[in-house]
Ligand binder design. Structure first.
Ligand SMILES: [Zn+2]
Length: 290
């Protein structure tokens, strides 16, 4: 009888032991999974809206340690851009995006290609006959890379918690206007979405598959052709960045656009200098030069 009791006790202890081990294993498995999911969560995505006067240039430090430059500003600001990127410690840019062929977006590209090793380059399909555009194309050729023409639904980066998605131009649509042909990108990292609009008009942007975002690079330097109420209603940005020079001859940003953005936190490079947005899994913060 005593032996039987001991045997039952041993069996019970064994069952309990197996159960505990199993629980521990799954707990560890879950913790490891949690760790790998969140292992990048404290690494920040940094978007530098570089002050290039009347033009656009955004340098992005992606959390996967790759870099992206969206536009370079015009030729006279080339040192501003190249020095800025160098000062962050980079000599390579993984993705260069020339949103469209206008000089205030690609004028400094030749110098960027001169100073950095460029791995990939993307632009819109509408070409230009300007010397600036030819110099840009030549720089791409000299780099030994193929110019790519991304379209909606393409991804430049698609990883866990990090996407760089091409929102426009649309596939199978013929664009004639350089501004409207702008490569429009959405960069998403965890819960924070940034929309980069180039100089696309609001009518063009409204044809795209848009969703609410947190940070908007206001299209076309705040021109009234780049933003309307319907567009802002869909995007409902919390923050907006306007890249324009002080007292520029185009009177950018337009008063009506500024009125439409009331209720949104707006940063203007003309007032704040270079504006840096940084986000991780949970926080989004801004730093301004001035
Ligand atoms: Zn422009």
């Amino acid at each position: 009888m005593k032996n039987k009791l001991i045997a039952i006790l041993i069996v019970v202890l064994l069952i309990l032991g197996v159960f505990c081990l199993r629980q521990c294993y799954f707990k560890n498995f879950d913790e490891n999974n949690e760790n790998s999911d969140n292992s990048d969560s404290s690494v920040q995505l940094k978007v530098h809206f570089i002050d290039v006067g009347q033009g656009d240039s955004c340098f992005i430090e992606l959390p996967n340690y790759k870099t992206m430059l969206i536009d370079s500003g015009d030729a006279k600001h080339s040192k501003t851009v190249t020095n800025y990127i160098s000062s962050l410690g980079y000599n390579t840019i993984d993705y260069v995006v020339a949103t469209h062929a206008d000089a205030d977006h690609i004028g400094a590209m030749a110098d960027v290609f001169e100073d950095f090793e460029i791995k990939n380059c993307y632009t819109s399909s509408v070409k230009s006959n300007t010397k600036t555009y030819k110099d840009f194309k030549k720089a791409v050729d000299n780099e030994g890379i193929k110019l790519q023409y991304p379209q909606s639904n393409d991804y430049i980066v698609k990883e866990n918690n990090l996407d760089v998605e091409v929102i426009g131009p649309l596939k199978n649509k013929k664009y004639t206007n350089t501004n409207d042909s702008s490569v429009v990108l959405e960069v998403s990292y965890f819960e924070t979405d940034y929309l980069f609009t180039g100089d696309a008009g609001y009518q063009t942007l409204l044809e795209y598959n848009l969703e609410p975002i947190e940070v908007l690079k206001v299209s076309h330097h705040g021109s009234k052709t780049g933003t309307n109420k319907r567009l802002l209603g869909i995007l409902s940005p919390k923050y907006a960045i306007i890249s324009a020079a002080q007292r520029n001859r185009y009177h950018h940003p337009h008063k009506s656009v500024m009125n439409m953005l009331s209720g949104v936190t707006v940063y203007k490079t003309s007032e704040s200098g270079t504006v840096t947005a940084q986000s991780d899994a949970t926080h989004l913060t801004f730093i301004t030069e001035k």
